[in-house]
Design a binder for this molecule. Structure first.
Ligand SMILES: Nc1ncnc2c1ncn2[C@@H]1O[C@H](COP(=O)(O)OP(=O)(O)O)[C@@H](O)[C@H]1O
Ligand SMILES: [Mg+2]
Length: 240
């Protein structure tokens, strides 16, 4: 089947081949899984590999951990976060940065955090022209900002990412009981173009990690859960 869609690979060896080469550019996808299922690692590794290949530039918004903690984790995993291509093509923004930007706007009291976030992303889009956004995570954003209408704000955020033409990965933390719902607010799932689901399962003393492409619009993709492993030498995930 011929396919003219431009795609951003997941850089998960073995998976891209089973989804026509990757995620269609401009799509908004969820990376969903429980705590420790490697959502942040996967989100960062995709951006990292794309940047090393000179394919794109991106922003990683980390609200669950500081940028130092995030970079430290990725370095521990074997990614070279000090590579000049990485330093100049991935901007990591954490809560402290967002707070400073808000403070500079001088309206911290009555400001709508979502409007402010969208404004910041728009500024970055116009000034540095980044193309990929990893947002880690929607749940943390709403907890930290205590926004009253997460569903409305989620809708607004997703629309803004699309309008900006970004390829977006939204990280969603799944709680123990959530079986068939991949977002926390009950709407992310159907508002998104794709869902990657990461799972962890204990078998004896071993933890097995798996990944599934639950949904990917405009893509003929594999179904089912594939064992997922991190290859620190290659700096990539692989599936079997
Ligand atoms: N080199 C490694 N190989 C495989 N797993 C690792 C490695 N280093 C850390 N981990 C695991 O990665 C997990 C954290 O990954 P992270 O991407 O932060 O998960 P999440 O964002 O889903 O909470 C930890 O539970 C840790 O066990
Ligand atoms: Mg995380």
């Amino acid at each position: 089947m011929s396919d003219a869609t431009e795609r951003i690979p997941t850089y998960i060896t073995g998976l891209d081949e089973q989804m026509q080469g990757g995620i269609p550019k401009g799509h908004l996808c969820l990376l969903a899984g429980s705590s420790g299922s490697m959502k942040s690692s996967l989100g960062f590794a995709m951006l990292y590999n794309a940047v090393l290949e000179g394919r794109t530039s991106g922003i990683y918004v980390t609200l669950e951990q500081s940028k130092e903690s995030l970079a430290g984790h990725m370095a521990n995993m074997g990614m070279n976060v000090d590579d000049p291509r990485v330093r100049s093509n991935i901007a990591i923004i954490d809560l402290a940065d967002l707070r400073v930007q808000l403070h500079e706007a001088g309206t911290a009291d009555q400001v709508n955090w979502m409007s402010q976030l969208i404004k910041q992303l728009t500024n970055y889009r116009e000034s540095i022209g980044f193309e990929v956004l990893v947002f880690d995570s929607l749940g943390a954003f709403f907890t930290l900002t205590q926004m009253e209408n997460p569903r409305d704000e989620t809708f607004r955020f997703f629309e803004a990412c699309r309008r900006l033409g970004l390829t977006t990965f939204i990280i969603c933390e799944m709680m123990g009981e959530m079986k068939n719902q991949f977002g926390e607010f009950g709407i992310e799932d159907y508002l998104s173009d794709g869902v990657l689901h990461l799972t962890m399962e204990r078998v004896g003393d071993q933890i097995n990690r798996k990944i599934a492409v639950v949904k990917m619009r405009h893509t003929n993709h594999t179904l089912g859960y594939h064992p997922l492993q991190w290859d620190s030498t290659a700096g990539k995930f692989t599936v079997r």
